[in-house]
Design a protein around this ligand. Structure first.
Ligand code: PLP
Length: 454
């Protein structure tokens, strides 16, 4: 048996994959990725693919950035591990906290680290509860999130997630949460309704839910500036300003889950800057280290940090954290990653190549299978429909998207399908030429799909 076959066999017999149809996996087997090279990855059969999803929306610097390897190696050689419990710490965690506090807008000046985005959102829930107990309002504990929002997989963060499959048979949600309508104008806008009227309707819904539940019971609103894993749904104009104003009015903590949108994805350092709102808490991960190391960060306002500090003084400890919180190798890699993003002006670069990606995807809008093209910064979603006029979805939902996901491999392209929406989120370092490669490969895949559906 060849090595590749033995790897495949071992995968099938021993490895439970995340976010995978495990039954189907037994039939189709794994794609084993062996090597990275810039915006390309290469499988164990030597086949190369342009990675139009940056792995999981995350590999900002592509798959072979030597400086990140060097930063990790150097830190491994100097101090491979230390923790930050009980007053100890180390330089990479300190410097990264200071750097993020400097970059973050407004009074977001205090940083706490976790290992993953899900852990970060779980931690945020605990912080907000801790804060409200400290402020003597123990009933103010409910969360507001959106349908189709994605906030993670742990028990509490998956409860915030608004995707039915993240709840089904997992006995979730397990925390008090209400999921509001996603700002998804193409699907949820009413016939004849303008986008501005749609935003107003969603704002009314938010007010109504707060009123029904009682503002004294609502702790926080969490949202991704752009809903990503739930279908690539950029917020309509004015949406975030309305949400921000309503949260302020009712003393509701506004949490921006910037795990995908931070560090240049929208052509701004943070997604909230693109949309012009100021969160009280921002959650970061993914492009923070280009995912070369697992790391997430929660950036907290002065006011919230003050309450946490006082309350931990009263209790005797801020009793939360993980063995690998602020891991030195991960934080060292993050610092170098942010240095590179700044040195190479990748936030501005994302704007330029983003415009090229947007033009390329919009150029496919007239294709018979394409119902909607949604783009923002260096990100896009192409929603495929059975009928352009009526916007009728394919039945079964996701079958065509699944075909495209697989068929794109034949064109040397990696994309992701969210049911029948095809997502694009290439590395920030992508060139205009490589954006054209993505668009051409996708156009070829769409043409194959048109034959397949006939
Ligand atoms: N929040 C958002 C917006 C995400 O996109 C993700 C991951 O895709 C998460 C949270 C969860 O992060 P992790 O997978 O690191 O737990």
């Amino acid at each position: 048996m060849s090595l590749s076959n033995s790897l495949v066999q071992q995968d099938l017999s021993s490895h439970i994959h995340p976010f995978t149809n495990l039954a189907r996996h037994k039939e189709v087997g794994p794609t084993v990725i062996e090597k990275g090279d810039g915006v390309y990855v290469i499988d164990n059969n030597g086949r190369s693919y342009i990675e139009a999803m940056s792995g999981l929306w995350s590999v900002a610097l592509g798959f072979s950035e030597d400086r990140l390897v060097k930063a990790a190696t150097q830190q491994m050689e100097t101090l491979p591990y230390y923790h930050s419990f009980t007053h100890k710490t180390h330089a990479p965690a300190i410097k990264l906290a200071a750097k993020l506090a400097e970059l973050a807008p407004g009074d977001l000046n205090h940083v706490h680290f976790t290992n993953s985005g899900s852990e970060a959102n779980d931690t945020v829930i605990k912080l907000v509860w801790y804060m409200n107990n400290a402020l003597g309002r123990p009933q103010k504990k409910k969360f507001l999130a959106r349908q189709q929002g994605y906030h993670g997989s742990t028990i509490a963060s998956a409860s915030l997630t608004g995707l039915p499959r993240s709840h089904r048979d997992f006995d979730l949600p397990a925390i008090p949460v209400r999921h509001l309508t996603a700002p998804y104008f193409y699907r949820f806008g009413l016939s004849g309704e303008t986008e501005a009227e749609f935003v107003e309707r969603l704002a009314q819904e938010l007010e109504t839910v707060i009123d029904e539940e009682g503002p004294e019971t609502i702790a926080a609103f969490i949202g991704e500036p752009v809903i990503a894993a739930g279908g690539v749904i950029p917020a309509p104009e004015g949406y975030w300003q309305r949400v921000e104003a309503i949260c302020r009015q009712h003393d509701i903590v506004l949490i921006a889950d910037e795990i995908i949108t931070a560090f240049g994805r929208l052509g701004t350092m943070f997604g909230c800057q693109y949309y012009g709102f100021q969160p009280d808490i921002m959650v970061l991960s993914k492009q923070l280290t280009s995912s070369y190391q697992p790391l997430a960060a929660i950036v907290i306002s002065d006011a919230i940090s003050e309450v946490l500090t006082e309350n931990s003084g009263r209790i005797g400890s801020f009793a939360h954290g993980f063995t690998t919180t602020g891991h030195p190798v991960a934080t060292a890699v993050a610092l170098e990653n942010l240095n590179i993003i700044e040195e190479r002006q990748l936030v501005d670069h994302a704007k330029v190549v983003g415009a090229r990606l947007q033009a390329g995807l919009n150029g496919l809008a007239s294709h018979p299978l394409v119902g909607d093209v949604r783009t923002v910064g260096l990100m896009g979603g192409v929603e495929l429909v059975a009928d352009k006029e009526t916007r009728r979805m394919f039945d079964p939902r996701g079958a065509l998207g699944g075909y495209i996901f697989r068929q794109a491999h034949e064109h040397g392209l990696i994309v992701r399908n969210i049911y029948d929406t095809i997502a694009f989120c290439p590395p920030l370092i992508i060139s205009e030429k490589h954006v054209s490669t993505v668009i051409d490969a996708f156009a070829g895949t769409l043409d194959d799909a048109a034959k397949w559906v006939r």
